[in-house]
Design a protein around this ligand. Sequence first.
Ligand code: BJW
Length: 234
Amino acid sequence: MSIVILTGAGISAESGIGTFRDAGGLWEQYPIEQVATPEGFAADPDLVHRFYNARRANAAQAEPNAAHRALAKLERQHTGDVLIVTQNVDDLHERGGSQNVLHMHGALNRATCSACGHTWPAPTEMHTTDPCPKCTAPSTRPDIVWFGEIPQGMNSIESKLRTADLFVSIGTSGTVYPAAGFVQSANALGLRTLELNLETSSGAFDESRTGPATQLVPTWVEEVLSQQRNSTKR
Ligand code: BJW
């Protein structure tokens, strides 16, 4: 059985990383158009760098939780493919032990040059005048996908969905496209669809379980591994 897992801010919430749209979330504190659009970056790059420098520091202090670790266990022990497509820009999946992770909205620990496209590991703090290590243009930015930009790895995600059996969405509000449309694609392709979230985001899933990720995800992973053990005994 091949599984595609989409994760969002909710899976890292219990590690102390704020979500975007819940009460007290990041978008209540920082206007989206100022910090998460190319236009906002062009208008005030210092503000955007300060926002992502603070997010990078917050993510570096956070630790993977039981949900991240359970997905890593699934990847290690499941006999079929497991791909994590995360909208999160933190590295808690990787630090929790997962290896097959696609960051469709970019990553806080990567920098990129808008002049030449070179990408490199981000320093702890980025600044507007930092030169690109390859072309030296002072055009560096966090390697983050802002509104209006094309998410990363779309071809790989679409092709993986075409051959998967199960699509699982964890801790995402399903408000930001194209990720929000994956469940419809999965349904149309005949995959089973499951949502694990504090609250149901839409009626589009075959099954929705509600609760905190640190409880729901380890329980679900144990179910999948136990079904696998039972089917190999037969
Ligand atoms: C828990 C929990 C716990 C809490 N346990 N659960 C009109 C209609 C349709 C589309 C558009 C439109 N106008 C514009 C668009 C496109 C636009 C879009 O979708 N806008 C909508 C807002 C309408 N999308 C784009 O621009 C994207 N690009 C694009 O479409 O390009 C065109 C293209 C696509 C494909 C191929 C070719 C071309 C780019 C989107 C970039 C998003 N970037 C951001 C910020 C940058 C990253 C960062 O700084 O971190 O990414 S926005 C922000 O939202 C961030 C997140 O990754 C993303 C999703 O948020 P998420 O993860 O769902 O968080 P929340 O806070 O919304 O939800 C948290 C959930 O957790 C909740 O459900 C809680 O219940 C749950 N929860 N605690 C379990 N303990």
